[in-house]
Design a protein around this ligand. Structure first.
Ligand code: ATP
Ligand code: MG
Length: 250
């Protein structure tokens, strides 16, 4: 279990995150949902170990990680812009991190991930020759082969649209379930969060507005902000949300 206790962060004396508490169970997909500037990326980077919190604690499986460095936490991230190396081809990008690591047991296992993300035909291509969705899959594979204890994704779908977006969404879901991989996804899109996650943390200006399942958030919104953000931003009526999520939400 990943546990955050009372996490706070200020930039230039301005509070960006205030007293964030969060518990994530193994294998859960959790979305951090909020408007631009609400503190989502900051929170993701604090979990990763890239950004230092001012106060609070972070635990993973009862181990106190608060002062543990990023590389020793064993978490891994896919950044929003993928951050692939343009001078390397798709395959070289995927295996780049394995050079100094014995985490991947065999070539078979590596190819299992490559097949799972259907990248076989694209391995020799330069990054500039890949589509957005293919780049996203290379970035995901590069992160997955490192066998992270937790997978962190910053707006993984925002640069994609239509069919590609749906297909990557389904793939993220099946990776999390198949590999029992705890996954934390930053998004500003309520529909994405509702259809992708087991639980959603709604952040409003650095505060937790609600933490719950999609069902709870739709049926028992904690406050006006949640109602507004979820319902008004979706531009659809309650009725249509039920329609969108099927019988179980009716
Ligand atoms: N390194 C930094 N130095 C100073 N201020 C920062 C820094 N990083 C973030 N901030 C500020 O902290 C607040 C939260 O930023 P953050 O990037 O976490 O928001 P976000 O929810 O990810 O937004 P977006 O959806 O636009 O990516 C913003 O007001 C931002 O300007
Ligand atoms: Mg961000």
């Amino acid at each position: 279990m990943l546990k955050l206790e009372n996490v706070s962060k200020k930039y230039h004396n301005k509070s960006v995150l205030e007293n964030i508490d969060l518990e994530i169970q193994p294998g859960e997909i959790v979305s951090l949902l909020g408007q631009s500037g609400s503190g989502k990326t900051t929170l993701l980077n604090i979990i990763l170990g890239l950004t230092k919190m001012d106060s609070g604690k972070i635990y993973y499986e009862n181990e106190d990680l608060t002062n543990v460095k990023m590389k020793d936490r064993g978490f891994n991230i896919v950044f929003q812009d993928y951050a692939l190396f343009p001078h390397l081809n798709a395959y070289e990008n995927i295996v780049y991190g394995l050079k100094n690591k014995k985490s991947m047991d065999s070539k078979n296992e590596l190819h299992e991930y490559i097949d799972f993300l259907e990248l076989g035909p694209h391995l020799d291509k330069k990054i500039s020759q890949l589509s957005g969705g293919q780049k996203q899959r290379v970035a995901l594979t590069r992160t997955l082969v490192m066998k992270p204890r937790i997978l962190l994704l910053d707006e993984p779908l925002s640069a994609l649209d239509g069919v590609i977006k749906e297909s990557i969404k389904e793939r993220i879901k099946s990776i999390a379930k198949q590999f029992q991989l705890t996954t934390i996804i930053v998004t500003h899109d309520p529909e994405e969060a509702l259809t992708l996650s087991d639980k959603i943390l709604i952040i409003n200006q650095g505060h937790v507005s609600q933490f719950g399942t999609p069902h709870e958030i739709i049926h028992e919104p904690n406050n006006e902000f949640v109602k507004d953000f979820i319902l008004k931003q979706l531009h659809i009526k309650r009725q249509n949300i039920f329609h969108l999520f099927g019988e179980q939400y009716a």
